[in-house]
Design a binder for this molecule. Structure first.
Ligand SMILES: O=P(O)(O)OC[C@H]1O[C@](O)(CO)[C@@H](O)[C@@H]1O
Length: 394
């Protein structure tokens, strides 16, 4: 049950990556080098790009944070996001969220994504995202749509969007047990009843959905939006995506178009949803938004006023995935029973988190749920990607 925010928000330490053996440390020391290897192998990059990737690999594992070039198109933005406080320091000693976000910014620079030049706009993660979108599993999931009864659709599409969050390609790189993600773990928190109460069937409000991964996560997110529009639970949806490739599989506009084509090219129920979405984009009932802050190394509590104003008008904002959850709760190591409502009191409107657990951050657990998880799995439940939550602050 959602809780009322207390007047004195608690505090907790910001997560750093400087503890050897910790999950954040493993991401900086192992996952980032693996991502550089994967990107290097996926494209016929030239000597200059390989030298830049070598420099990034050495810098982000053994060196210090280097500033963006003085003529970088977004240098002023990164200065506003705290670059000066991080430059010259080890990637392990600064906030983990900042390190990770800056790694992807630097990786895109190294492969020439921001240009000018022939590699401008080329998404280094596209081959992996397309392979996942075109996988037989996507066909199976789309085919299963037709078997759902009208009464099942609300819950099935909400859970489809939730568990779709396992489609995190960065995570798959280092999750040795990725296969076991298919066992049906329980939810560690479930405020879905409150979520539906915010989207009544007479609703004409706006849903903001802050997307996470492309492919097999974005497809169920789009299906949920189509369903809510069809059922008249919302009048309009705004899909927040990334302005540039990010965290390997985070969705950009190109990924939305690929997903829409996958739906409109499918059969039976899926193609109908695809057509609903296509016409909703044409008449404005579905809008895309790629605010620069969606790729910022900062918590949502620090969002700029224009974005705050937009989200304040939404009947509900659905925040997808692990990274967005970390940003929602400040990427701090809260006690797991810390009320979700307290740590999200900063959010400008009703907010629902749909997340599979893939990092240490957690809030809003009932004490007996935490006790049962620890008894069964030690602390593995936090990072294994096999548990999920639906948490709402009204
Ligand atoms: O795609 P998601 O659900 O945001 O997960 C992102 C993953 O990347 C991480 O940032 C670790 O690199 C964790 O937050 C999580 O494991």
């Amino acid at each position: 049950m959602p809780d009322t925010p207390s007047p004195h928000p608690p505090s907790a330490p910001v997560i750093l990556g400087n503890e050897p053996g910790s999950f954040p440390h493993s991401v900086l020391a192992e996952r980032h080098p693996a991502i550089i290897r994967q990107v290097r192998d996926a494209f016929p990059y030239g000597p200059a790009q390989h030298r830049a990737l070598d420099a990034l690999l050495a810098g982000c594992t053994k060196g210090v944070v280097e500033p963006l070039p003085v003529d970088a198109h977004d240098r002023a933005r990164w200065e506003a996001w705290g670059m000066a406080e991080c430059v010259g320091r080890s990637w392990y000693d600064i906030p983990w969220l900042w390190s990770e976000s800056y790694f992807y910014r630097q990786l895109l620079d190294a492969v020439g994504h921001f240009g000018p030049g022939p590699w401008q706009g080329i998404d280094p993660f596209r081959p992996f995202k397309l392979a996942e979108l075109d996988s037989p599993e996507t066909d199976e999931e789309l085919a299963a749509l037709g078997a759902l009864s009208a009464d099942d659709l609300d819950r099935a599409l909400l859970h489809g969007s939730l568990w779709g969050n396992r489609a995190d390609l960065g995570f798959r790189l280092s999750a040795a047990h990725a296969g076991s993600a298919d066992t049906a773990p329980g939810l560690v928190a479930d405020d879905s009843e409150t979520l539906w109460s915010l989207l009544p069937s007479t609703g004409a409000g706006t849903l903001c959905l802050i997307a996470d991964n492309a492919g097999r996560e974005l497809i169920p997110d789009l299906l949920l939006i189509a369903h809510l529009l069809e059922r008249g639970r919302i009048g309009r949806a705004v899909l927040h995506i990334k302005p540039y490739p990010y965290y390997v599989s985070d969705a950009t506009t190109a990924d939305v178009l690929d997903a829409l084509r996958r739906l409109t090219g499918a059969r039976r129920a899926a193609v109908d949803y695809g057509r609903v979405l296509w016409s909703a984009m044409a008449d404005g009932r579905l809008a895309l938004r790629a605010h620069p802050f969606s790729a910022a190394p900062l918590p949502y509590a620090d969002m700029p006023d224009d974005l705050r104003g937009e989200l304040a008008t939404a009947a509900l904002t659905v925040v997808k995935g692990d990274l967005n959850y970390r940003r929602l709760v400040g990427d701090r190591l809260w006690a797991p029973t810390t009320p979700f409502g307290d740590v999200t009191a900063h959010f400008p409107g009703p907010v629902a988190a749909l997340r599979t657990l893939k990092s240490d951050v957690i809030t809003g657990l009932a004490p007996d749920t935490e006790a049962a998880l620890v008894a069964a799995e030690g602390q593995r439940w936090r990072t294994g990607g096999t548990h999920a939550l639906i948490q709402v602050r009204t």
